[in-house]
Design a protein around this ligand. Structure first.
Ligand code: ADP
Ligand code: ZN
Length: 520
């Protein structure tokens, strides 16, 4: 039996390697560099822990997850692995002790926060011991456009110059081609062997539904399918985290808030309770979850649209790490598109940066509006192939698509009329009211009932018109401007108005009428 397998069994108590673990471990034990892309829960840790135990010297693990280092080290120590960490949460004495252990060769693994390597003291400490390998965890933090960017990660390219003989293994769960390439370049891992695992998570059922009354839709989901289950609910803002958590508690669901505005103590307490207790729901901003290893999270629900597929994949990936059936549920609506486009418009950075953000959002919107298998779409985004899965909403109840060209023309003409007739700015609500021929106060105030387009859209319901607006926004045939979300034409709108382009739309599902029990 080879050394790696022996350590897997003796130390970690597992029978067999998973996926490509064996190849990765053999490669690193042999002194090669590796770039490992594996989804969350795939088993990345063993890929550096085992080589660190097999090779002579100490494995140095660079990780940005300071809050988790203590837990990781405790878990390793419980298995008899000699592990320690150095980060800013320690006092002088604790640090000195770990440094002494390292220098005298009493450690197998040393976890370091990336900023530690900026200090000459740490570098000369590392020079005093023998290093078996460098593991760079969460390696996508080196990608400058990502939301997890850490400037300290850029300095990690210097590891190779300083310790050219020590193998390096970079690991991440984020894996578009672009991130992949950027990690290799920025960490100077050009000669590393790439190991790319399948990103499919077959036990996760993906569902994306139109948002109408999100808190109540969420409660329905919890009551009908996930009663008593542990889960994570993601919201965009701190305020909606608070409101949603209160709402759930009022309706008998044990829910805890988590966001960066809470004090460190409350955050740590809520996270610890979520990990320790059964059946808790955490309502959180995306600040929650990086590195969370709770195997039995049964659902991840998004009440707001994620900014990119990468974010969506990473957040939903926290469900079902134990392999049991789990749900990834997202409610998304017109307002999400308006809001996200506005955020991009007003974001800092140059035009190229904004274009990248817009491209990320467009990919996410395409996933939301697809009539094909969600999983096939998701995997295609990561450059991987899949077959229709039978375990996502579009596979389970295939949505119809319909020729929405005429509806789009009616809607776009209304936008044109409003622009021509006055200098006023109107959002989606007013436009839908005009199409449906509703004499609301605001319609009468602006004489919109006198427009030729007034009442030309009675063949669709209000929800359907909102769906048309949302999908035109998603297809870039309509845009929003300014703080009131004024609808305006795009360069491509003209093709639709002139009849040069067919617009295919996804049929809006009937609004569910079943209500579990009226929420408070
Ligand atoms: P990642 O870092 O890729 O998200 P982890 O390294 O935390 O994933 O592993 C996820 C879970 O799978 C952990 O509980 C780990 O102990 C378990 N695991 C990893 N490799 C194996 C294996 N070969 N056999 C059984 N369980 C494994
Ligand atoms: Zn599917």
């Amino acid at each position: 039996m080879d050394d790696g397998l022996r350590v897997l069994r003796r130390v970690f108590g597992y029978d067999a390697f998973r996926g490509e673990q064996r190849e990765i471990i053999e490669h690193v034990v042999g002194g090669g560099d590796a770039l490992v892309l594996m989804p969350t829960g795939g088993g990345k840790s063993l890929c550096y822990q085992i080589p660190a135990l097999v090779r002579p010297g100490v494995g140095v693990v660079i990780s940005p997850l300071i809050a988790l280092m203590q837990d990781q080290v405790d878990a390793l120590r419980a298995l008899g692995v000699r592990a320690g960490f150095l980060n800013s949460t320690q006092d002088f004495d604790e640090r000195r002790m770990v440094e002494a252990e390292f220098a005298s060769g009493e450690l197998d693994l040393l976890y370091l926060a990336p900023e530690r390597l900026q200090s000459e003291a740490t570098v000369s400490l590392l020079d005093r011991g023998e290093i078996s390998l460098f593991a760079i965890d969460e390696a996508h933090c080196v990608a400058s456009w990502g939301h997890d960017f850490r400037p300290d990660y850029l300095a990690l390219s210097a590891l190779h110059e300083r310790w050219p003989k020590v193998p390096r293994i970079a690991l991440t769960a984020t894996a578009t081609k672009a991130t992949h390439a950027e990690i290799a370049t920025r960490l100077k891992l050009e000669d590393a062997r790439h190991f790319v695992a399948s990103f499919d998570r077959p036990n996760i059922q993906y569902r994306i539904v139109p948002k109408n009354d999100p808190k109540k839709q969420l409660l329905d989901l919890l009551r009908t399918e996930h009663s008593g289950d542990a889960g994570i609910v993601y919201c965009l803002s701190r305020a909606s985290v608070e409101k949603t958590a209160e709402f759930l508690v009022r309706n008998g669901v044990e829910a805890l808030p988590y966001h960066a505005g809470l004090d460190a103590r409350t955050r740590a307490d809520n996270q610890a309770r979520f990990l320790r207790e059964d059946g808790l729901v955490v309502v959180a901003t995306i600040a929650f979850g990086m590195g969370i290893d709770k195997p039995d999270v049964r659902f991840v629900a998004h009440l707001d649209l994620p900014k990119s597929i990468e974010g969506y994949y990473q957040e939903t990936g926290r469900a079902g790490r134990d392999g049991q059936p789990s749900t990834a549920w997202l409610a998304y609506g017109l307002q999400d598109v308006v809001q996200q486009r506005k955020l991009i418009e007003t974001s800092e950075g140059d035009d190229a940066h904004r274009r990248r953000l817009a491209a990320h959002l467009d990919a996410m919107l395409a996933l939301c509006e697809t009539v094909d298998c969600r999983r096939v779409r998701l995997l295609a985004y990561f450059g991987q192939r899949g077959e229709p899965c039978g375990n996502c909403d579009t596979c389970l109840s295939p949505p119809e698509s319909w020729d929405g060209t005429i509806a789009a023309q009616k809607l776009l003409s209304t936008v044109v009329r409003l622009k021509r007739e006055r200098n006023q700015k109107f959002g989606a609500g007013q436009i839908v009211d005009i199409l449906l021929g509703r004499k609301t106060a605001k319609v009468i105030q602006f004489d919109h009932d006198a427009l030729s387009v007034f009442g030309i859209g009675t063949e669709l319901r209000e929800a359907e018109w909102r769906g048309v607006v949302r999908q035109l926004l998603a297809q870039d045939l309509l845009a929003v401007e300014g703080e009131y979300g004024t609808l305006v034409l795009t360069d491509a709108s003209g093709e639709v108005l002139r009849g040069q382009r067919v617009v295919m739309l996804r049929r809006e599902p009937e609004r569910p009428t079943r209500a579990a029990k009226e929420p408070k």
